[in-house]
Design a protein around this ligand. Structure first.
Ligand code: SF4
Ligand code: SF4
Length: 242
């Protein structure tokens, strides 16, 4: 990650320094025009409670208080820069929202900033999200998040050496779970075709497929082939042909 250091020693990363001012204003205004924005930002005591309770702050150069302050100051330069790498350190736990005495939602602001970053297809965002392609493929084709067989130590080295122990005898461990999880290591749970079709409808209507196309056109094509196949299956079922 580039050096950020947004506090007193403000330092904008080299990648965004050269972007024209008008473009930065346009992007920040896109964030502020989101219908949720006015419900996520009210004012700030500068108490630091959000940052003190933020799990990402424990591990990264990242502060929800800083995000709130920059919006209140309308610091376009820093906000635009934050949208490239900084905001991706947030784990979207929303502890900041629960704890803030003003009712601000810094995690919600991050969510809007992320959506705008993806819609604008920032190169830094594409690069950062590349490793999540497999997760997106899984979610968007099966309706599942991570499945047990994806928890490979070499794929998630940041999860530490214990991953190798967890993967040992994985199938037996999954079978030992007392409730129905489909007895599989390839899916986390069973999702019906009807539910998957509903998810496709939501993703189409809310522009998620469009965002995916901008983020990773190859992944988009792979996913859309599966989407179309499932929609065709559903159509046949609906018409009583299968
Ligand atoms: S939602 Fe993000 S900013 Fe808020 S506490 Fe969680 S990790 Fe920190
Ligand atoms: S907890 Fe709320 S009031 Fe306190 S610094 Fe964070 S955003 Fe500002």
């Amino acid at each position: 990650m580039d050096e950020h250091n947004y506090g007193y020693n403000l330092s904008i990363s080299e990648k965004t320094k050269m972007v024209p001012w008008e473009e930065k204003v346009r992007v920040v205004e896109e964030v502020k025009s989101d219908f949720r924005f006015k419900e996520y930002l009210f004012g700030c005591l500068n108490c630091g409670v959000c940052t003190a309770s933020c799990p990402s702050n424990k591990f990264f150069d990242f502060s929800p208080r800083e995000i709130v302050q920059r919006f209140l100051e309308n610091d376009v330069e820093v906000l635009y820069d934050m949208m490239h790498e900084y905001i991706w350190a947030c784990s979207q736990c929303f502890t900041c929202w629960i704890r803030c005495p003003f009712g601000n939602n810094p995690g919600g602001l991050v969510a809007i900033m992320r959506e705008v970053a993806v819609r604008n297809a920032f190169e830094a965002t594409k690069e950062l999200l590349k490793p999540y392609g497999r997760v997106l493929l899984k979610v968007m084709t099966t309706g599942n998040q991570l499945s047990a067989d994806m928890l490979q130590p070499d794929l998630f080295p940041d999860w530490g050496p214990k991953m190798a122990d967890i993967m040992e005898d994985l199938k037996a461990k999954r079978l030992a779970i007392p409730f129905d999880i489909g007895k599989s290591v390839k899916t986390a749970w069973e999702v019906s075709l009807e539910t998957i079709i509903e998810l496709y409808t939501i993703w189409r209507e809310t522009g998620i497929f469009e965002m995916l196309e901008k983020l990773d056109p190859n992944l988009y094509n792979v996913i859309m082939d599966i989407v179309e196949e499932n929609e065709e299956r559903y159509q046949k079922l609906y018409e009583g042909e299968e």
